[in-house]
Design a protein around this ligand. Sequence first.
Ligand SMILES: *[C@@H]1O[C@H](CO)[C@@H](O)[C@H](O)[C@H]1NC(C)=O
Length: 353
Amino acid sequence: MSSMIAIILSGIFFLLLSPTCSGSKILVVPVDGSHWINMEVILRELHSRGHEITVLRSSKSWFIPSNSPIFTSINVTMLQDESDLDYYNKMLLNVMERRRLPTFLRSFYQQHLITSMLSQGHEILSRASATMLDDPVFMKKMEDAKFDLMLTDPALTIGVILGSYLKLPMVFNVRWINNGEGHLTIAPSPVSYVPVSGSELVDQMDFLDRTKNMLHYIYSSVELHFFINPYYSDLFQRHFPPGTDLLSLELAADMWLMRTDFVFEFPRPTMPNVVYIGGFPCKKPLPLSDELEAFMQSSGEHGVVVMSLGTLVSALHREATEAIAAAFAQLPQKVVWRFMVKSRHPWGTTPYW
Ligand SMILES: *[C@@H]1O[C@H](CO)[C@@H](O)[C@H](O)[C@H]1NC(C)=O
C-alpha cells in the first residue's frame, strides 16, 4: 500500500516538474500526392514536440491515411473526390504530344493545356470550399476546436480560404501556388532576368527570349485574374470583406516555408517571412540491400543513373520510353528506373524494377 502511495506521489512530483503543456492545436490542410510526402515529415516533427494535429483529407485520398498515430483526420470534400490519379498520366502524354511543335510556340500550347487543367481544378476547389463554409455544423466544429494555427500547402486553395475565414495565423509549406511558383506571388520577379515557370527559358535571355518571357508573365496574370479568381468571387462575396481575392488572402499568410534552396534559385527579391527549407526531408542514408549494393558496385567508376518521374506519373508513351532506353543503353552508367507496366492483374499498374 505504502509503495503504491510512493508511486502516486512520485508520479505527481514528476507531473509538477515537467514544464506546463505548451503544445498547440494545429489544423492542417495538405495537398495529396508528392506534396503529402513532405508535409508528413513536418507533421511527424510537430507531433514529436507535443503538438496536437488535425488533418482535413478527402475520404478518397490517394496517400493521406484516415487513421494515423500522429494526427486525427476529418473527411471533407476535396479535389480527389472528382479527379483520379490517372489524370496526371493523361496530362503528361498530352504535353509530350505538343512538344513536337516549334519551340517558340509549344510552351504557349502547353500553357494553354495547363490553363484548362487549372480551370477545372479551381472550379472543383471553389465548390469544395463553398461546401465547407456554407455548412454551419462543420464550421461550428472548426470554430469550437479553437485551433492555434493553420498549416497548409497553398498549391490548392482550400486551406488558405478556411484558415483566413477562421482568422488563424497561417503557415505555408509551399513551392507552387495558384498557377505558378511561389516566388512570383510573394515578391516581384523581374521578367528580364527571371524566367516564368513553364516558359522553358533560362536566365540568359536575348531580346526574343525576354519578349517571350514577358508574354508568359502577362499570360499567367491573365490566367489568375480571368480564369481562376472568378470561380471564387461568389464565395468571397458571401463570406469575406469586399475586395477579397485569392492573392489578398495568400499575401496575408504569416510565414512561407519555401521548399527550395536559394542557391538553386534565380537572383530576385524575396521577403523576410520566407524561410528556405529545401532538402528538409533528407535523412541520413541507410545502407543498401546486398543485392542493390552489388548492382551499384558493378557499375565501377562510372556510377549509376536514377531515373524517376516523380510520385504521380507512371506512364510515358512507348516511343518516348524506347528513346530513353536507347539513350541509356549508350551510357557506361547502369540505370535504376522504376518502370510501371500495365499488368494483367485486376488492380492495374504494378511497379517493375
Ligand atoms: C473517412 O474516410 C475513410 C476512407 O478514406 C473511411 O474509412 C472512414 O470511415 C471515413 N471516416 C468517417 C468518419 O466517415
